[in-house]
Design a protein around this ligand. Structure first.
Ligand code: GLP
Length: 242
């Protein structure tokens, strides 16, 4: 596990964007695994900038997102599909038909999950997967539990996640309680993983991850089983951990 300490959020976003740029330069048809949440927003702004300046061309990439709320369609401003269109896809030269987000409106979520995993496999897997991390250690929407699920599946959100994500909604009652998420097995199949750690409220769970613990009670610790993970962390978080 490689840990990169950065001065601030801007530097984190820039570093991650440079890594994505390199991946796309090496392979213009790369499969990019993308995440939502406030953490990757800066990265997406950097990518938009690079694309506008002609430094990176997304016309042949494919993107796959980690998760989506169940019950929200892509036009809902709180859905992750809307987030991705609004924060990235609408502003770069990606072919929207090759941007995939799990369908939270699917009639049969289990089947949707299976098809999503099949699609990723058919694409040849994810070249680089961007991850954020929840305050309770969740990755995508893989919440702490006694057991975790490998493939893309339906999951119930924990109280802490609903509370954390309620900041994006008018009232906490509006936050969906279920989601469809890539499982840790699928995420760990990615060739390269970049975990972005922004905010001192993530320090506790990241400390455990860096201690080399592996526990389903902190899903982020599963990353200890992957051979190519880069953690980009703000200095203020690192100061609390070291
Ligand atoms: C959500 C997403 C995760 C994300 C997490 C952290 O629950 N499903 O993929 O990592 O929030 O969000 P933030 O980056 O806003 O702290």
């Amino acid at each position: 596990m490689k840990v990169v300490i950065v001065e601030n959020y801007k530097e984190m976003s820039k570093k991650a964007a440079d890594m994505i740029k390199e991946t796309v330069k090496e392979n213009p048809e790369a499969v990019l695994g993308l995440a939502t949440g406030s953490t990757p927003e800066g990265l997406y702004n950097e990518l938009i900038d690079m694309n506008k300046k002609g430094e990176v061309d997304f016309s042949n990439v494919t993107t796959v997102n980690l998760d989506e709320y169940i019950g929200l369609d892509g036009n809902n401003t709180q859905s992750y599909r809307y987030f991705m269109n609004n924060k990235l896809f609408d502003h770069i030269n990606v072919n929207k038909e090759r941007t995939f987000v799990p369908n939270g409106m699917a009639e049969n979520i289990e089947e949707e999950g299976k098809n999503y995993d099949k699609k990723i496999d058919e694409l040849g897997g994810i070249d680089v997967q961007i991850l954020g991390i929840g305050v309770n250690g969740h990755i995508a929407f893989n919440e702490p539990d006694d057991v975790l699920t490998a493939g893309t599946h339906k999951t119930k959100l924990t109280k802490s996640t609903i509370e954390a994500n309620s900041r994006f909604f008018d009232t906490i009652e509006e936050v969906p309680t279920e989601a469809i998420t890539m499982g840790l097995g699928q995420i760990l199949k990615s060739k390269k993983i970049i975990l972005l750690v922004k905010g001192i409220n993530k320090a506790e769970v990241v400390r455990e991850l860096l201690q080399g613990v592996i526990t389903t009670k902190n899903p982020s610790t599963m990353l200890n089983m992957h051979r190519d993970v880069t953690i980009i962390m703000e200095k203020e978080v690192y100061e609390l951990i070291k």
